[in-house]
Design a protein around this ligand. Sequence first.
Ligand code: 5GP
Ligand code: MN
Length: 352
Amino acid sequence: MTGIEKVSSLDGFFRSAGRAAIVSHVRPDGDAAGSSVALASYLRELRGIEASIVFPTPPPDSLDFITAGSGFTAASLDREGAERIIAGAELLICLDFNTLSRAEELESALRAFKGPRLLIDHHVSPEEEDFDLVISCTEVSSTCELLFSCLMQMPDVGGDAGKLPARCAEALMTGMTTDTNNFANSVFPSTLEMASALLSAGVDRDAIIDALFCRERENRLRAEGEMLSSLMKLTPEGAAVTVLPNSFFLRHGLNDSETEGFVNLPLAIGSVKLSILAREDGPLFRVSLRSKKGTSARLLAVESFHGGGHEQAAGGRLFIPGDIASADGAGEYVMKAAARFLQQQASAQDEN
Ligand code: 5GP
Ligand code: MN
């Protein structure tokens, strides 16, 4: 999965750095936050490296059980502090994104960084030219799994997950669990091997599942009910389209991270091949796309939503007024883009 040469090169970078900055993408999810906390914990506890975590925006409160005490800095709350950490580091490690633009307001600070820039990531087509070392693999569940594989090959771990700091092991299990949607997708033999090794090493998976999936607020579940009963629209081609305007968040008293996972729900319907959810966020809509095998969410994200991601889980944005004249036009834009995309796909399949 990870070439021995790349892993020894990674080890070499760790040996020569006293201060490292770990950076992940905007609106960090479980994999971004989990891999960042795991690497910071490993570098601090086993390598004696002063490792700092910097995110463009803070992770959601629901991930506090992983991020608490990790001392992260969010650029949206403290831009100067975030840029100072990056500029003062001897080594920069980017996790869970394939292009520096996914760090949004931190992009210029990352580009200005003079020392070695490393990337560990599981998205297709990383922008290799921006990095001194790229460890990239799409045949894994998550960045956490790829990082696990790298750390297991480090001389001080030597294939024994029991040697990983407890916080590191717990964070790795968390990111893998969220990126696989609790083992529902992107599960490889190596994913189960990782889970097995981490369980044997003492990770409390029950506590992780409880923290991730059993601590929601009542209004989140009721909002999910409204989404399914009245906001989700189905197209004859097999798309489910959901637009969540600001008023939805206000009505239910939700913050925007609380709709995480909503986009997966329509895929439970047999006839649905593709689910698209657009959330209003100031002057734009943030778009999440999920698809079943045989339909590329990534391609549609690239073609119609200025985005990208994985084949079955992708994202992008819809700009006002660039793409639509006003927020009211979001539903129609998304419906049309989805219908066109699925029609093209159907006619391409007919030709084959
Ligand atoms: P989500 O729907 O959970 O926000 O994002 C799903 C996946 O899509 C993420 O793991 C990420 O790979 C990708 N993604 C989300 N937003 C963007 C975007 O604006 N640009 C690109 N290139 N990828 C995105
Ligand atoms: Mn990921």
